[in-house]
Design a binder for this molecule. Sequence first.
Ligand code: Z5A
Length: 210
Amino acid sequence: MTRGALIVFEGGDRCGKTTQCSKLVEYLQSTGVDTQMWRFPNRSTSIGQSINAYLSEQAHLDDAVVHMLFVANRLEQRTEMLRLLAAGTTLVLDRYSYSGVAYTAAKGVPGLTMEYCKSLEVLLPAADLVVHMAMTPEATAARGGYGQERYEKVEFQKKVMEAFESLRDERWAVIDASGSIDDIHKQVVAVVQPVVERARAGAPLGKLWD
Ligand code: Z5A
C-alpha cells in the first residue's frame, strides 16, 4: 500500500494558514486524494483545553510547562497520525512541531533553546513538505482578529519569523502570503502535488530533526 503525505503549513499569526489548508484539502479531495486536515494545537483534548486557557490568558503557566503541553498535544495524536499516513491518507496540518520550536525559542528563556525543544519531538514524523506562509507581522496585524491571544504582538512575531527562517531546509517551500487567496492556492498546489506523488510512489517518511 502507498502512504499518504505529511504536509504542514507554518507561519505567523493570521497569515492565512487555515484558509490555505482548507482550500488544499478541498482540492486534493476533488482529485481523488484521501486527505484530512488537522490543527495544532488541537484544543479539543484535555491537554488542548489547558493550552487554550493559556493562549487566551485565562491561565498562567511556566514557559517550560506550556511547551511540554504543546509537545504532548502532538504526541497524543502520534499513533493516529502514523496509522493514517501508512493507510494512504494525506494529512494537511495547520501548524506542527516547527511552530513549537519557533514560538518557544523566540521567548529567549534560558534553557528553552531550539536544540532542547527539538529533542522533545524526535518520536514524531517529519513533514514531507513545510509550506511557510511568509508575511511581515505588521501586515498580518492589519488583518481582522489580530491581538486577541497571548502571542499576537508584533515584536514577538518578528522573533518568531526569525526562528522559522533558521529552521528552513530543503523540505520547506516559502510562499509570499500577502498575495490573493487564489494566487497563493495555485502556488501551494504546485509545490504540494509532486510531494503527494513522491509519497504515493513510496518515498520513506522521515523523522523530525534527522
Ligand atoms: N503555538 C505554539 O506556541 N506552540 C506550538 O507548538 C503550536 C502553536 C502548535 C495558536 O495557534 C498559537 O499557538 C499561535 C502559535 C502558538 N500563536 N500565535 N500567534 P493557532 O494556529 O490556533 O492560531 P493562529 O496562527 O493565530 O491561526 P489563525 O488566527 O487561525 O490564523 P491563520 O490560520 O494563519 O489565518 P486564517 O484564519 O486563514 O486567516 C486570517 C484572516 O485573514 C481571515 O480573516 C482570512 O479571511 C484573512 N485572509 C486569509 N488569507 C488572506 C489573503 N491572502 N488576503 C487577505 N486576507 C486573507
